[in-house]
Every structure is written in C-alpha cells, then in structure tokens.
Design a protein around this ligand. Structure first.
Ligand SMILES: [Fe+2]
Length: 261
C-alpha cells in the first residue's frame, strides 16, 4: 500500500523520488464535479483527438468493426465493450463537456504548486476512460502525474524500487515498454487501488501499469514536465536532462508530449 501524505512538508520532501504516494484530501482536493463517465465518453468519442483502442479476444475483424462503429453505436452499448480511450488535449473540451475544469481544477492546482515554490514547463490534464477489462500498457511517462480517479475503480501498479526493475536509461528510451509487465516478485510491486476521489502521485519516468476493476472507469491525470522546486528537479527528471545534455539531438522529442498509455 502506498503511503498517504497529508502535509506540505511531506510533499516537498517526497516528490523527487519514488515510490509513488497517495495524496490526502487534507492536502489537495479537486473542487470539480465532472459529468458521468458515460456522458464524457459520449461527447469525447466524437473528438478527433480521442485515441481509442479496442481490446479483448475478439477476432481482428470484430475489433475492426467495433472500432469503425465506436463513434456511432449507442453509448450504452460501447460502454460494455473492452476498450481504452485516452485524450491528451482536454482544453478542446473546456467549452463543452468539461466546462469549468480550467477554473476549478487547473487554476487552483497551479496556484497550489506556485505557492510552494514550484515552477514547470508543462502542466496539462490527460483523460482516460476504460470499459470492462480495460487495462493500460506497461510503460513510463516523461511526466509527473497527479492521478485522480474520477469514476469506477482501477489499480495503479508500480514498483517500490523502480531502479531495480527498469534502469533510468531504459525508461528514457522506452525499450522496456510492453502490453503487460514482465514476471516479477509480488513483494517488489506497489499496488494502489484507486476508488472515486482518490489521488496518487506517479513519479516521473517510473514504470507502471493500470488494471480496471469495474465495468466503466474514468481518471484524469494532471501531467507535469520540467517540474522544479527552488532549483531542484526530481531524480529521474535530472537523469533525463543529463541524457539530453549528452544527446542534444533528442531533446526536441519532449515537445511532442510523447505520452504512452
Ligand atoms: Fe502512464
């Protein structure tokens, strides 16, 4: 079980290095009531930037047919299909299904960080919806994530000591990424069961995977890059910046928001 932190001093001490930790509502709580996952799914599936992946054991022809009809079939029906949907450009929805999100989530969160001496290059929300059995790939993000479970239940898995599982150079290159994690000792894993309202801090470039525990699930991750507190970056972001110093031709990749899910 991840530690839960409830004070500013703990947050400022622990944000730089794994393992992941929960954030108590005493420290921060999003003051926003999103529409239901079904309503968001119905709106967001029509947006060009929604990335939809059909999962499950259906034969490829069935998956293709479901993919083709994902935007037109009744939303109650597609919610029963095994799928995952990710959207990395939510401001497109601030005038629609996510009205109020900027004022009620992004402004207070950025203000919270600023008040603690943090600066950043990138701070933007990503949204994930999954159907029954929907799970993520095994990957790491070039981001610090404030993961907010909005609806349904998921378990967010990582390792207690990510350095032992995936060396930072491998996390940078992404060469370890797979559909599922490799065999590992259960004692090395950190499982965070996420129920509605729960918040988790996912550390920069640490390997993780998410499994769905309910038929329909929605989470929003506030994703940060270049996060810095009074001149100090997190350990794995420092390593990434060192890598960029040695490979300046690669640094531009960060502008692509190269998020994997
Ligand atoms: Fe991720």
């Amino acid at each position: 079980m991840p530690k839960t932190i409830a004070t500013l001093s703990e947050f400022k001490e622990l944000w730089t290095m794994p393992p992941n930790f929960r954030i108590s509502h005493d420290l921060y709580r999003p003051d926003f009531s999103p529409p239901s996952a079904l309503e968001v799914l119905d709106a967001i599936r029509h947006d060009d930037e929604a990335r939809i992946t059909l999962l499950g054991a259906d034969d490829p022809a069935v998956r293709t047919a479901k993919t083709m009809s994902f935007r037109s079939a009744p939303v109650e029906e597609i919610a029963t299909w095994p799928f995952r949907l990710a959207h990395f450009n939510l401001p497109r929805l601030y005038d629609g299904v996510l009205r109020g999100f900027h004022e009620q989530v992004m402004v207070p969160w950025r203000t919270f960080l600023s008040a603690q001496g943090f600066t950043w290059q990138r701070c933007a929300p990503d949204l994930f919806i999954s159907g029954p059995g929907g799970s993520s790939t095994y990957h790491a993000d070039q981001s610090h994530g404030l993961v907010w479970q909005v609806e349904g239940v998921k378990t967010f898995h990582s390792y207690l000591a990510p350095d032992d599982a995936v060396p930072v150079e491998s996390a940078i290159s992404g060469d370890f990424t797979a559909e599922d994690p490799p065999p590992h000792d259960d004692a090395d894993r950190q499982d965070a069961r996420m129920e509605p309202g729960d918040l988790l801090w996912s550390h920069f470039l640490t390997p993780h995977w998410v499994t769905g525990e309910s038929p329909l699930s929605m989470s929003i991750t506030l994703s940060h890059g270049g996060l810095c507190q009074q001149g100090r970056y997190a350990e794995r972001e420092t390593a990434l910046r060192g890598h960029w110093d040695r490979h300046p031709e690669q640094a531009w990749l960060t502008d692509l928001r190269n998020t994997r899910y």
